[in-house]
Write a protein that binds this ligand. Structure first.
Ligand SMILES: Cc1cc2nc3c(=O)[nH]c(=O)nc-3n(C[C@H](O)[C@H](O)[C@H](O)COP(=O)(O)O)c2cc1C
Length: 387
């Protein structure tokens, strides 16, 4: 087997081992994919400053996110259908995160349910919520996350209406996979994936089927989901959800200083500067470009996290140097999972950790929290001269 040294290696294996429909679901953005592309390419504009003759012994990437100890400031982002990239994907990713000492975030739209993941892990994980119209379901799922001892609620605010990805429509994305001639041909080369799926009962949306009224199979689920994402979501509702949850609250999908200030007002513990990995509003700026303005606006009033476009430990350090207190990886860990299950996710985390550690050393810093604005060079007009 080829030696894996970076996330791009895992991505190649992911593509080889996973049905095209699910690989494409991961590796795509909305419409022209401009925002999806710029999320990664904008990181390239930021450079490091090389320092020498500085003691670089005893380095550490350990820090805290929302007051919780983390081995490095990198959480696994909520990713819907993770359990379709590889059998029991959410359980495998959660286990890898737990062993590594970083947070795992379970998506509302996961294949393995909250209870399944809780059964197979020993430490609290984070739960991501989409706001649904069905109040009974909403209250129920918040309660289930509490019962499972989830230590943070990540409330996603940028998907009350679904962005369009051409590939998903063309592939006829379906869960589980539909047995068409094309899919069967594809599956013949993805035997490892197929064997895994044969061995698990987790093949649908585990948090929803059997919990939402009238949803018992895929057909009714699709109808329910299309109707359920609540387009009337507003700050009042967000405040109500905060009250219902009562624990640590992270608001995800903030791309404007004004919205960041509203998040402060509502009393959230953290925000995630995120454009959903370029899957929602195509044409939005990358999240790394929006980060400085948001940090300027909120100062120390709220913890600021960032995702979208992180593919290396260097990207994580750039975000931290620009002022983020934590980051999330989506595709970077999914590539690991699709490549090699739990071991693949561990590999992705190891790769990122090593890249962070070496880069810190070469920047003459020994601790992650000292990676500040002095450690990077940023073009004068980085965010652009937009009006
Ligand atoms: C395949 C896929 C599915 C996703 N599903 C969800 C989801 O269910 N809930 C959510 O809040 N974000 C979801 N996201 C967005 C991620 O949480 C995260 O914001 C994004 O992946 C970060 O960008 P990156 O993939 O470039 O790291 C998804 C992303 C991908 C790639």
């Amino acid at each position: 087997m080829a030696v894996i040294t970076n996330i791009a290696d895992l991505k190649r294996q992911h593509k080889r081992r996973t049905p095209k429909m699910f690989y494409d679901y991961c590796e795509s953005g909305s419409w022209t994919e401009q925002t999806f592309r710029e999320n990664t390419s904008d990181f390239d504009q930021i450079r490091f400053r090389q320092r020498i003759a500085v003691d670089m012994t005893g380095r550490s990437t350990e820090t805290k996110m929302i007051g919780q100890d983390v081995a490095m400031p990198v959480a696994l982002a909520p990713v819907g259908l993770t359990g379709m990239q590889c059998a029991d994907g959410e359980i495998k990713a959660a286990k890898a995160a737990e062993k590594f000492g970083v947070p795992f975030t379970l998506s509302t739209m996961s294949v393995c349910s909250i209870e399944e993941v809780a059964k197979h892990t020993t430490k609290p994980f984070w739960f991501q919520l989409y706001v649904m119209r069905d109040q009974e379901f909403l209250e129920g799922i918040i309660q289930r996350a509490k019962d499972a001892n989830c230590s943070a609620l990540v409330l996603t605010l940028d998907l009350q209406i679904l962005g369009q990805r051409h590939k998903d429509l063309k592939n006829g994305l379906s869960v589980p996979l539909r047995p068409t001639a094309g899919n069967m041909l594809d599956l013949a080369t993805k035997w490892r994936w197929g064997m895994g799926m044969l061995g698990t009962k987790n093949k649908s949306f585990g948090n929803i089927v059997g919990h939402a009224r009238g949803v018992s199979n895929m057909g009714s689920l699709m109808t329910w989901t299309a109707e359920q994402f609540d387009p009337r979501l507003d700050w009042e509702k967000i405040a109500k959800i905060k009250e219902m949850w009562g624990g640590k609250l992270i608001l995800k999908g903030i791309m404007e200083p004004e919205d960041a200030l509203k998040a402060v007002e509502v009393g959230a513990d953290a925000i995630v500067v995120s454009n959903h990995g370029g899957r929602q509003l195509d044409g939005a700026l990358s999240s790394i470009k929006m980060l400085p303005a948001i940090i300027d606006a909120v100062g120390d009033q709220i913890e600021v996290h960032l995702d979208s476009g992180i593919r290396s430990g260097q990207d994580v350090l750039k975000a931290i140097a620009m002022g983020a207190k934590g980051t999330y990886i989506g595709r970077a860990f999914i590539h690991g999972l699709g490549a090699n299950g739990e071991a693949g996710v561990t590999k992705a985390l190891e790769v990122i950790h090593k890249e962070m550690d070496l880069t810190m050393a070469l920047c003459g810093r020994r601790h992650i929290e000292t990676m500040d604005r002095e450690t990077v060079l940023v073009p004068k007009n980085f965010a652009g001269d937009w009006a």
